[in-house]
Design a protein around this ligand. Structure first.
Ligand code: 523
Length: 156
């Protein structure tokens, strides 16, 4: 060769603009007794981190790279509650990306029905509660979950 080495260009520095901020996807389930005519909704009380402990949420968690949202939701419900579910429709959010939780977190929510197992608080929760038809707003939901629960009530 000519003995010339072309220096590899350093990759461009990441831009810090908010328009390029990547939002992590959280998936959660509205586990109900009947997908067609839901009466009871499963709520889970967080035991960690300290800032969220004692508040209630729709069970779920972060999707991992390479997982579809539905796969992530099945995995989270198996790990956290020890159950298998059948997923129903997604609860539509105003933003198709999902329900905003924080500047860097967006959540998508599916209706779900138990097909195997009794839900137990295996990780991250210290109590589970089936909320009756008139009691879906009766617990202290995480701020990001409250509008979701209201939309579930309106949609059921
Ligand atoms: N939320 C939330 N509502 C809700 C869920 C499932 C999660 O507001 N129904 C928030 C709480 C956390 C973040 O989303 O700030 C991630 O949820 P988490 O901790 O349940 O997800 P994990 O367990 O996958 O996250 P790591 O343990 O941090 O990996």
């Amino acid at each position: 060769g000519l003995g010339v080495q072309v220096a590899r260009q350093a990759p461009p520095a990441p831009q810090a603009g908010p328009e390029l901020q990547v939002r992590r996807l959280v998936v959660a389930a509205a586990v109900v007794d009947d997908l067609g005519a839901p009466r009871r909704l499963l709520a889970a009380r967080r035991s960690r981190p300290a800032a969220l402990a004692g508040r209630w949420e729709l069970p779920g968690g972060k999707a991992e790279p390479g997982e579809s949202p539905e796969q992530a939701l099945h995995r989270e419900l198996r790990e956290e509650l020890g159950v298998r579910v059948q997923l129903g429709a997604e609860l539509p959010a105003a933003d198709p990306a999902g329900w905003p939780l924080a500047p860097t977190l967006v959540m998508r929510v599916w209706w779900a029905r138990l097909v195997d197992g009794d839900p137990r608080p295996l990780e991250d929760h210290d109590e589970l509660r089936w909320l009756g038809a008139d009691a879906w707003e009766s617990v202290d939901w995480l701020a990001g979950d409250l509008p979701v629960v209201r939309a579930l009530l309106a949609a059921r």
